[in-house]
Design a protein around this ligand. Structure first.
Ligand SMILES: Nc1ncnc2c1ncn2[C@@H]1O[C@H](COP(=O)(O)OP(=O)(O)O)[C@@H](O)[C@H]1O
Ligand SMILES: [Mg+2]
Length: 387
C-alpha cells in the first residue's frame, strides 16, 4: 500500500541541469520532493527543487549528504561516478536507480556498442581505432565517409568528426584527441528515438519521435514520426531489447537511425530522460519526467499515449562566445497561445548551448507540418545576440 504524507518521498538527483529542473517540476504534483547535487550555484534545477547541494558530481561527501536526505538516488547526467554512487548507496541503504553499472556501460561509446551488439541489438558497423592506419583501414572496409567518435566525453555532437577520405584520417584523429572509435556512416532516412521506461515489473514506451539534427545537435522533435508502421514496430522491438540489457528502473532515451531501406539501427542510449522526450510534457498522457519519478520510486507507470500531434524545438545559444544569457524578443512565443515555452534558467549562454525549448501540441486538424512551421518561425523570432 502506498501512502502519501507531507513532506513526501525525496529524490536525490545527481545533476541539476534542465533535466533535473523538469524532473522537479513533474515530481511536485505527485507530492515528491527533489534535492539536486550540482557544482554550479543556482543551477537550472535550483529554483524548483527543494534544495541544492553545491558539490561536484563525484564528490563523495556531497553524495553522502544527498543520500541521507533522499529515499532514492538517481542521476540526470552521465558524468555521475558509478563507484561513488555504489559505495554511498551500500553504506546509506538508499537505493540508486538506474543501476550505476549502466553508467559504466554507457560511458564509453565503444563499450556501449559492444554490449548492445552482444545483446543482439542492430548497430552500424563499428570498431575501436588506435591510429590513422586503423581509420584508413575502416574506410577501406566501410567506404567513405566514416564517422570518427571520441569514445568518452562527447555530447551534442562534440567529439564526432565525419572523415571524408583517407587523407583526412590524421587530422580527424588529432581533433578527437583521446581514445576513439569509427562507425560506418549511416545513410539514414530519418533519426528517431524511443523514450522507454523500466518500472518495477512493467515497462512502457512513448510514441516514437522523429529527430532533426543540425551540426549533430538536436533541433526538433516531431511526433508522430514519419516512419511506417513496420519501422515503428521494429523500433519498439529494439527498445525492448535495450531495456533488457539495462539494469535498474528509470527512463532511457534510445536514439535510432531509420535507414533508407527501412532498417532500424541503434545509435546510442542515455540512461535518463532525454532531450527528444521533452515533447511528452504537453504532448503525452504523462511526461518522461513524471515517469522517471514514478519508476525510480517503484510506483506504477502512467499512460504514455499521444494526446495530439506535437512538435518541440530547442532554443540554442546563437552566439559566437559565452555571455550573460538574455533571450530577446520572446513576445511572439508568449503571444502564440498554443506554444509552451520552457526556459532552463541558465545564467550564461554559449554557442549552441541548450537554453530552453518550445513545444506546440496540435489542435483539431493541425498536422505536424503545420506545427513545425509555427515552431520554426517562433524559434527564429528570438535571439541571444544584441544587434
Ligand atoms: N554513424 C553515423 N552515421 C551518420 N550520422 C551519425 C552517425 N553517428 C552519429 N551521427 C550523427 O551525429 C549525431 C550525434 O551523434 P551521437 O553519437 O549521438 O553523439 P552525441 O553523444 O553528441 O549525441 C547523431 O544524432 C547523428 O545525427
Ligand atoms: Mg546522441
Amino acid at each position: 500500500m502506498t501512502t502519501l504524507r507531507t513532506p513526501g518521498p525525496t529524490l536525490g538527483v545527481v545533476g541539476g541541469g534542465q533535466l533535473g529542473r523538469m524532473l522537479a517540476e513533474a515530481a511536485a504534483p505527485l507530492g515528491v520532493e527533489v534535492v539536486v547535487l550540482d557544482p554550479t550555484p543556482d543551477c537550472p534545477a535550483a529554483p524548483v527543487a527543494r534544495d541544492q547541494i553545491v558539490a561536484d558530481f563525484d564528490d563523495e561527501a556531497g553524495i553522502r549528504e544527498l543520500a541521507a536526505r533522499a529515499d532514492v538516488l538517481t542521476f540526470e547526467i552521465e558524468l555521475a561516478d558509478q563507484d561513488v554512487l555504489n559505495r554511498v548507496s551500500e553504506d546509506s541503504g538508499t537505493p540508486v536507480h538506474p543501476d550505476p553499472a549502466t553508467l559504466e556501460t554507457i560511458h564509453d561509446k565503444l563499450v556501449q556498442k559492444r554490449a548492445l551488439e552482444d545483446a543482439g541489438v542492430p548497430v552500424p558497423p563499428f570498431r575501436g581505432v588506435e591510429d590513422a592506419d586503423d581509420v584508413r583501414e575502416a574506410i577501406d572496409d566501410y567506404g567513405a565517409p566514416v564517422m570518427l567518435k571520441a569514445r568518452t566525453g562527447g555530447y551534442d555532437g562534440r567529439g564526432n568528426v565525419p572523415v571524408e577520405s583517407k587523407a583526412d584520417a590524421e587530422d580527424a584523429l588529432e581533433s578527437v584527441a583521446g581514445p576513439a572509435m569509427v562507425e560506418s556512416f549511416v545513410d539514414f532516412e530519418r533519426e528517431i528515438s524511443v523514450i522507454a521506461v523500466k518500472g518495477d515489473d512493467e515497462t512502457a514506451a512513448f510514441p516514437i519521435g522523429e529527430n532533426v539534427h543540425e551540426d549533430e545537435i538536436l533541433r526538433e522533435t516531431i511526433v508522430p514520426a514519419g516512419s511506417s508502421e513496420a519501422v515503428e514496430d521494429r523500433a519498439r522491438a529494439v527498445a525492448e531489447d535495450v531495456l533488457e540489457v539495462m539494469d535498474g528502473r528509470g527512463v532511457y532515451g534510445i536514439e535510432l537511425f531509420e535507414t533508407t531501406d527501412g532498417e532500424v539501427l541503434l545509435n546510442e542510449i542515455a540512461p535518463r530522460p532525454h532531450n527528444s522526450g521533452h515533447w511528452t510534457i504537453e504532448g503525452a498522457q504523462s511526461s518522461q519526467f513524471e515517469q522517471h519519478a514514478r519508476a525510480v520510486l517503484g510506483w506504477p507507470l502512467a499512460a504514455t499515449d499521444l494526446r495530439s500531434p506535437t512538435v518541440s524545438v530547442n532554443l540554442l545559444g546563437d552566439v559566437d562566445e559565452s555571455q550573460d544569457a538574455e533571450l530577446r524578443g520572446v513576445d511572439r512565443i508568449l503571444e502564440t497561445t498554443a506554444a509552451n515555452l520552457h526556459w532552463y534558467g541558465k545564467r550564461q549562454v554559449r554557442p549552441l548551448r541548450k537554453m530552453g525549448h518550445v513545444t506546440i501540441a496540435g489542435r483539431e486538424g493541425e498536422t505536424t507540418d503545420d506545427l513545425l512551421e509555427i515552431a520554426r518561425e517562433l524559434e527564429r523570432s528570438v535571439t541571444f545576440t544584441a544587434e
